[in-house]
Design a protein around this ligand. Structure first.
Ligand SMILES: Cc1cc2nc3c(=O)[nH]c(=O)nc-3n(C[C@H](O)[C@H](O)[C@H](O)COP(=O)(O)OP(=O)(O)OC[C@H]3O[C@@H](n4cnc5c(N)ncnc54)[C@H](O)[C@@H]3O)c2cc1C
Length: 393
């Protein structure tokens, strides 16, 4: 018998709609409150979905809707200069799928709404009042909402994290700025394949699209941290010029940047990684997704882990008749997994920001690193992970 009947979910990104849908499945009413005015505010930009994330979405019945709007890339390779290293496929894992962020938000929103979840937009959480038997969220338009529990699914710059613990750490800067785009190029790229490319000065990745274009993403080393707004304020033309210089010696990097029109170019700003968060919950407040464990884009696991945690949180709230036990069990189940994956991300980040001398050693070091049995076992553990929703926690 659950200790809660109703939940307020702050944030309608990825973890928010998923935790709300899973709670409904568990018999707990949940409503989502999102600061943005609507569900498809993130334009463009592809997000990689790992096998474990899709399996977790299957639990709430949203996996196939995401597969339907995603592009499957059954093969992956590492490019270091002209050298291509095939990444061995993981036995039993689904292929990597790339989904446009807008499509993903729309699918998760529609699925949650069809399951009975209420969405409230233009609601930015600014404060919380907690009592012995409930919690009230206060929004920037002066309105409020009350429930048995409040879930902070409000992303890497979480307000709820700060309310739970005013001394909680902020996300760290990985030392890289993110960009992406779409280009039509003459250099052939390997079909149905994601290529992770260590260019002469910076890392990038690219994959072919069914319409003949090539999608790409770039991680530009930068000593200076820039928010999304600060980076966008500098304008597409200036960044495309910086990236043209950075990737001038790389193929197809140079061509990808040169042939990307400003309207097909995305600026993401500083890329983050969350250090371990000491307090995942306090009283009737709890965190989920990037708010508590953003593992950095290098893992390709941020969204998948956010979804897994959302499902596990709902499962723990379903199965325990005390809020502290439910939230403590949730943290106990999730913390080791997400922190191990974040640590792997931090290692990859360090290879993306190497100086020129170390970069010259990469062709010797990287094949061994990517071919190592230890890494293969780690990747299998990440991607073959499954949650048993039917089993009691
Ligand atoms: C460049 C880049 C590439 C990435 N690539 C991948 C990838 O390939 N694969 C992968 O799995 N992950 C990837 N990620 C990570 C992935 O995007 C995140 O892990 C995922 O979005 C986390 O979901 P979330 O719901 O926790 O947070 P978010 O998606 O950030 O959602 C948080 C929501 O909360 C809302 N919000 C914030 N504050 C408030 C407030 N005070 N009140 C109300 N609402 C609020 C926000 O508007 C937002 O909608 C990438 C990230 C970046 C930056």
């Amino acid at each position: 018998m659950s200790a809660v009947n109703s939940a307020i979910v702050i944030g309608g990104g990825i973890a928010g709609p998923v935790v709300a849908t899973a709670l409904h499945r568990a018999g707990i009413a949940a409503s989502v409150y999102e600061a943005y005015p609507g569900p498809a505010y993130n334009i463009g930009s592809g997000l990689g979905f790992a096998s474990n994330g899709l399996a977790a979405l299957d639990i709430i019945g949203a996996g196939d809707a995401v597969r339907d709007v995603a592009l499957a890339l059954p093969a992956s390779q590492i490019a270091i200069g002209d050298k291509l290293i095939t990444v061995p496929a993981l036995p039993g894992a689904e292929p990597l799928r790339i989904v446009d962020r807008s499509d993903l938000h729309r699918v998760l929103h529609d699925h949650a709404a069809a399951s009975g979840v209420g969405f409230h937009y233009s609601k930015r959480l600014v404060g919380v009042d907690e009592t012995a038997d409930g919690v009230t969220a206060v929004f920037d338009d002066g309105s409020s909402a009350t429930g048995d529990i409040l879930i902070g699914a409000d992303g890497v710059k979480s307000t709820v994290r700060r309310i739970i613990d005013p001394t909680a750490p902020d996300a760290d800067f990985t030392g890289m700025l993110g960009f992406g785009g779409y280009a039509r190029i003459s250099t052939p790229v390997t079909p149905d394949t994601m290529t992770f490319a260590f260019g002469r000065n910076a890392y990038y990745l690219y994959w072919p699209l069914p319409d003949g274009r090539v999608a790409w993403g770039a991680n530009l080393p930068s000593k200076q941290y820039l928010t999304l707004t600060e980076a966008r304020d500098r304008g597409a033309a200036q960044w495309l010029s910086v990236l043209r210089d950075t990737y001038a010696a790389d193929s197809p990097g140079a061509e990808l940047v040169a042939d990307t029109a400003p309207e097909d170019f995305e600026i993401t700003g500083g890329l983050h990684i969350m250090p371990p968060v000491p307090h995942w919950s306090r009283g009737r407040l709890v965190l989920v997704g990037d708010a508590v464990h953003a593992p950095s884009n290098s893992t390709g696991q941020g969204a998948s882990l956010a979804i897994e945690s959302a499902i596990e949180l709902a499962r723990c709230l379903r199965d325990f008749d005390s809020v502290p036990t439910a939230l403590g069990s949730y943290e106990l189940i999730r913390r080791p997994r997400v922190e191990a994956i974040a640590a792997r991300g931090a290692k990859i980040n360090s290879t993306k920001t190497l100086g020129p001398v170390m970069r010259r050693l990469m062709p010797l070091v990287m094949p061994r690193f990517f071919g190592s049995k230890k890494l293969q076992a780690q990747m299998a553990g990440e991607q073959n992970y499954r949650i048993d929703w039917a089993a009691s926690v």
